[in-house]
Design a protein around this ligand. Structure first.
Ligand SMILES: C[S@@+](CC[C@H](N)C(=O)[O-])C[C@H]1O[C@@H](n2cnc3c(N)ncnc32)[C@H](O)[C@@H]1O
Length: 416
């Protein structure tokens, strides 16, 4: 679909489904309110491409839910391996990418819909290629793109962590699958002034980063909180899970930072819980993404307390409406995790709860770091992120997370 056609079809793209059209308007309003949708070109793209045609058979309410992905494939264990991503995530990643007419854009991970949005953004003079490791996914995407008027989008099947399709450089590489590391090929083929947008996992915390090359390293120009299905293929990376109780409650380590011996934690949650409150508060609804990231960087054995729905409440670790993952760490013979309680003024106070032989120490250490984070800046800004080739020895000051191909440095500015 060309951009001139867009004008005439903007209202009509969703006319096959009058219901879809109403749901689209509500979804766009929510995306604007969430701050995910910020520019006219991205909004025009969402109006032009009929999302429901890329999720045939799915209920329209699900297709147009701003924060829901439509899962299109699961593995033998029921884990989602492919989806049409949530509109919120698609919108903020496209905003992060700042795509202009005429650009060459590569999307890694193909659902069809997002590639069609990119085709709208680059217009007839641009070029879009989408690559996926799974032939079922590429066949589906090619068919849906053809049927909706986006046959110009090239669809390729490959493990994109080994090689990228086509020749020449890409102005934008947009990775739509969760990556633990950045393979060299994602930056080798980036055009001068190009931008890589990628959901990168550091110690279990995923952030969509917009990265630009500065000499041999990358610097993040923006960051958004997100979750994604995991990258498969040669750079696939398994997390390590230590079960605390049955199969529904455990500690999840993502990098090589798990204590060598986890046996001291056996039976820990049967012990008395120790809680330390910090006096650090946050407004209801305010993001504490920066705090999660900070704890991940500074606590040597940072992990996530992972609970199946209902499991944490049942074990007495959290109240109803608990989150599925909480920042946690192991310290000596204990683990501690982040807690919040409602104050009289409606704000929430952070605390740390711990179980095990050294519970006091584990809770106190986490509470101290929550206070240290609070002291850093009044606006608790996200850190500066720079990513360096693995062989780099001299790094800027900050917390370092080492990967196979890269070294990630997170630096928070001290309050002046
Ligand atoms: C969330 S889906 C992509 C969503 C899509 N961009 C959309 O329109 O919303 C992630 C995809 O990444 C693919 N994938 C996983 N590992 C990959 C790899 N190493 N190379 C290429 N694709 C990969 C999966 O097969 C899956 O289809």
């Amino acid at each position: 679909m060309s951009s001139t056609e867009t004008d005439s079809t903007a209202a009509g793209a969703h006319s096959d489904g009058a219901e879809a059209s109403g749901l689209l308007e509500a979804m766009l309003a929510e995306l604007r309110e969430l701050g995910a949708l910020r520019s006219a070109p991205v909004e025009a793209a969402f109006r032009a491409v009929p999302r429901y045609r890329f999720a045939p058979g799915a209920p329209l309410e699900e297709v147009y839910a701003a924060r829901e992905a439509v899962v299109t494939k699961r593995d033998a264990h029921g884990v989602a391996v492919s989806s049409v991503s949530a509109p919120e995530v698609q919108a903020f990643m496209l905003e992060q990418a700042v795509i202009e007419p005429g650009m060459r854009v590569l999307e890694i991970g193909s659902g069809g819909f997002n590639a069609a949005l990119i085709a709208e953004l680059v217009g007839p003079s641009g070029q879009v290629t989408t690559v996926d490791i799974d032939r079922d996914v590429t066949s589906r995407a090619a068919e849906l793109l053809g049927a909706t008027g986006y046959a110009q989008v090239e669809v390729a099947c490959a493990d994109a962590s080994e090689s990228l399709p086509g020749d020449g450089d890409w102005d934008r590489v947009i990775v739509t699958v969760g990556a633990w590391d950045l393979p060299p090929v994602w930056t080798d083929r980036l055009a001068p002034g190009g931008r890589l947008v990628v959901p990168l996992r550091m110690r279990g915390i995923t952030r969509s980063l917009a990265l630009e090359l500065v000499g041999a390293h990358l610097e993040a120009v923006s960051s958004e909180v997100c979750g994604f299905v995991q990258l498969q293929g040669v750079l696939g990376h398994e997390e390590r899970l230590f079960l605390l109780r049955g199969k529904d409650l455990g500690l999840r380590f993502d990098d090589a930072n798990a204590p060598a011996d986890m046996r001291p934690l056996d039976g820990a949650i049967a012990a008395q819980r120790q809680v330390v409150w910090t006096g650090v508060t946050t407004a209801a609804g305010e993001s504490f993404a920066s705090l999660e990231w900070y704890l991940a960087a500074v606590l040597p054995h940072f992990c996530l307390l992972a609970a199946a729905p209902g499991a944490a409440a049942e074990a007495g670790l959290a109240g109803e409406g608990e989150r599925q993952f909480r920042p946690a760490h192991v310290d000596g013979d204990a683990f501690a995790y982040l807690l919040a309680r409602k104050c009289e003024d409606g704000r929430f106070e952070f605390g740390a709860a711990a179980y095990g032989g050294t519970a006091d120490q584990a809770a106190t250490r986490m509470a101290d770091q929550i206070r240290a984070w609070d002291d850093l800046r009044p606006d608790r800004e996200i850190p500066a992120v720079s990513i360096w080739p693995r062989e780099t020895e001299e790094l800027p000051a900050g917390f370092v997370v080492d990967k196979r191909h890269r070294r990630i440095v997170l630096s928070w500015t001290e309050r002046t």
